[in-house]
Design a protein around this ligand. Structure first.
Ligand code: RIB
Ligand code: CA
Length: 360
């Protein structure tokens, strides 16, 4: 869909986000809402950070916070393909949004299954739709069962998931999104492995080795608050007092949400990763999917270990071509984390100002 800007025609990217809204998923949702180049077609929900129904409630509430009750939200599978669902309350909080509490959304979920909507939207606009998955790949695996030609129907696909050159974050071998549903990840990667890549672009895969280069810190949140119109002393309090929202920050619903959600996330990272801040995996992937200049990737064949044992849910990247299997993913190997963080602060600050009716 195009919009006439001042004097330029802006070709917007038709985007579907598949999320397990959680804290960094919520930042990705807000980033998409704050991106003028995005036409957010739908958000589909899967279990992971929290149960799928809670992720859907969180997604509806975050979109309402951003004033985007026009974006359809659909529920997907509530269980992984084979494993029982595991969630991560310790990382994202009992309801998935840390200390933040948002009003219950005023609108319901769209009827129908997430995987069916992904297929419908791809069929309706062949070669145009960008799909970005930010949680376990369960819904996409089901969508591929429904429509095996989905890779050719999508315009592009990007995922947050895997660890292609280093350690996992859930086990030494496994990254969380793949760990929750390794069978789905294996099926998705195999679907692209089966293609002649001239038929469809390879998925852009961002693993922990690059997403963990983007560390959101209290100073970023303070800068975001200033951009949103908060007085310097209120913004400074965020960085000084461990993201405690005071004054105008507490009064601004978007800033208050970010402070309360991120305070929980920062406390988690302080305990487990040794810094008071947060890896913001999911919005980094959305930013890279929208702006290829942020990253550099290499084509590589990747499979997923679905057996038991220490390598369970490992994304096994064949960097040396030993399997002689053609590449099925474009794995990101370099990423400009600083420029992404600047963009994140600027866009979320602008969105907060817009939602608060602050003229910048
Ligand atoms: O491993 C990081 C991923 O797991 C992110 O998508 C985060 O939201 C969690 O789902
Ligand atoms: Ca996620």
């Amino acid at each position: 869909m195009t919009e006439l800007g001042s004097d330029a025609v802006v070709e917007r990217v038709p985007l579907i986000l598949d999320v397990d809204t959680g804290i960094d998923d919520s930042l990705a949702l807000l980033y998409a809402c704050a991106s003028p180049e995005v036409d957010l077609l739908a958000v589909t929900c899967v279990g992971g950070n929290t149960h799928a129904r809670q992720a859907a409630r969180n997604t509806l509430a975050v979109l309402e916070l951003a004033g985007r009750t026009d974006v359809p939200v659909l529920l997907g599978r509530e269980e992984p393909l084979v494993k029982p669902l595991e969630t991560s309350a310790e990382t994202h909080g009992p309801e998935g949004l840390g200390y933040a509490t948002l009003p219950e959304a005023t609108r319901p979920l769209e009827p129908g299954h997430a995987s069916e909507r992904i297929v419908e939207l791809a069929r309706a606009r062949p070669g145009e739709v960008l799909l970005v998955t930010l949680g376990p790949l369960t819904n996409l695996a089901v969508a591929l069962e429904r429509e095996p030609n989905l890779p050719q129907l999508l315009g592009a696909y990007a995922l947050m998931g895997g660890a292609y050159r280093g350690s996992g974050n859930t086990t030494p071998a496994a990254e969380w999104n793949v760990y929750v549903d390794p069978d789905a990840a294996r099926a998705v990667f195999a679907a692209w492995a089966a293609l002649d890549t001239s038929d469809a672009p390879r998925p852009l895969a961002m693993g922990l080795e690059v997403t963990e280069r983007a560390r959101l810190l209290p100073g970023h949140v303070a800068a975001l608050a200033r951009l949103a119109g908060a007085p310097p002393e209120d913004a400074a309090a965020l960085a000084r007092d461990g993201l405690q929202a005071v004054g105008s920050v507490a009064a601004d619903p978007v800033l208050r949400f970010l402070a309360d959600a991120l305070r929980f996330y920062f406390e988690f990272h302080a305990r487990y990763d040794g810094f008071y801040g947060a890896f913001v995996h999911d919005p980094f992937v959305v930013a890279a999917a929208l702006d290829a200049s942020l990253v550099r990737s290499n084509p590589v064949f990747v499979d997923v270990e679905t057996g038991s044992g220490p390598a369970h849910a490992m994304t096994v990247a064949d960097w040396r071509g030993l399997t002689r299997r053609p590449p099925n993913l474009d794995v990101v190997v370099e990423a400009n984390a600083d420029r992404f963080l600047e963009e994140l602060v600027e866009r979320l600050g602008g969105l907060a100002a817009l939602c608060a009716g602050v003229a910048l």
